[in-house]
Design a protein around this ligand. Sequence first.
Ligand SMILES: Nc1ncnc2c1ncn2[C@@H]1O[C@H](COP(=O)(O)OP(=O)(O)O)[C@@H](O)[C@H]1O
Ligand SMILES: O=C(O)[C@H](O)C(=O)COP(=O)(O)O
Length: 422
Amino acid sequence: MTLALGCIADDYTGASDLANTLTKAGLRTVQTIGVPADDLALPEVDAVVVSLKSRSIPAGEAVARSREAAAWLNARGAGHLLFKVCSTFDSTDAGNIGPVTDALREDAGEAIALVTPAFPETARTVYLGHLFVGMVPLAESPLKDHPLNPMRDSNLVRVLARQSRAGVGLIDLATVAQGAEAVGARLDALAREGKGAAIADAVLDRDLAVLGAAALTRKVSTGASGLGLGLARALVAAGRVAPAAATADLGPAIGGPAACLAGSCSQATLGQIARAEAAMPVRRLDPARLLAGEDEAGAALAWALERIGDGPVLIASSAGPEDVAAVQARYGRDAAGHAIEAAMARIAEGLVAHGVRRLVVAGGETSGAVVDRLGLPAFRVGPEIAAGVPVLRTTDRDMWLALKSGNFGGPDFFADALRLMP
Ligand SMILES: Nc1ncnc2c1ncn2[C@@H]1O[C@H](COP(=O)(O)OP(=O)(O)O)[C@@H](O)[C@H]1O
Ligand SMILES: O=C(O)[C@H](O)C(=O)COP(=O)(O)O
């Protein structure tokens, strides 16, 4: 296998989002969970997205895991490495976007890396280095209240510089509008100034095509699915990939019981849970009871098993910013987050043990905990449920999954997803 594009994603929903984007752009793509074992049977593909649960772990660990993934991808001839991060640049001043980008760039012998989270399809745009989510700057969006990495600075040049060893520059929209060569010249100029990374503006899809073409002239870049789209289009335009049909047949219907798990506390997910209450039984975990040692997971699983024979159910820990803050103040941010993720993983394991083969999970860290507990090695990419969220089919057993990025999906996402999981 010789890969046109190797991708390292810092969370599982982001990996799924990117795999969806690459597939739609005509790249035969597979999403793996972690660095694949050498004997893992993979189909002939143009791109592999290695999913890591590395967004919120210590930077040194994130760098080490990302380097392992890079080595696996390079050993399979990856023509370019994309470090996939969140379109809302989810990170803290401790990293991990800066440290991982620095490491991958240095290992590749590159002086500078192009960085952009822009993804106009999901209303993530960058102008003069400032990230906008819809009509508002990042720091005024719901992401300012993210449970693990509240985003309170919209200026990504500043944000990345605080977590990077090398300096960070800007490729402004006026330069992007002049085309890929102008972007490349700007990258070279910034590198001569000693910068190791450059935040690139992008407001429209056509800006992504320019950035993808410019990024492809180097070995490493960092971005969200928008940059993935630009890279894919550049690979096809350069004749390095023959575009494939986006909706490959993913096999026969699986059927059987279905369940939804929500750990995301995003505004979008909270709304989707509210809408789901009209379509299916919903049980809300009590984080206080869970963190006090009560068997919330066991009780929720028993509740679900009584009902999944009649139709899908949804179990959610999700709560609004004030409630999340209260739980974190009492039990600690990381302790609360990890305990709730572990509870979701245990519930998922119990559901699958009792025949659930169609599972929808909302939240990046939540998805990571669930997929790791189920021991799933890889996914093939199916039809798109909503922008950034495809149906996935496991490669080692018969299961459908959807791993929903917290902020993605329409109001009826849970019902929409299950309809595409026959
Ligand atoms: N009610 C709650 N209180 C505190 N933390 C919560 C609650 N529900 C979920 N969490 C935690 O919040 C984090 C959500 O992150 P994630 O699953 O990545 O969602 P998103 O995709 O929206 O970022 C997880 O660590 C999860 O365990
Ligand atoms: O928003 C994106 O780019 C990705 O879909 C992503 O990284 C989502 O992360 P989340 O933690 O699931 O919001």
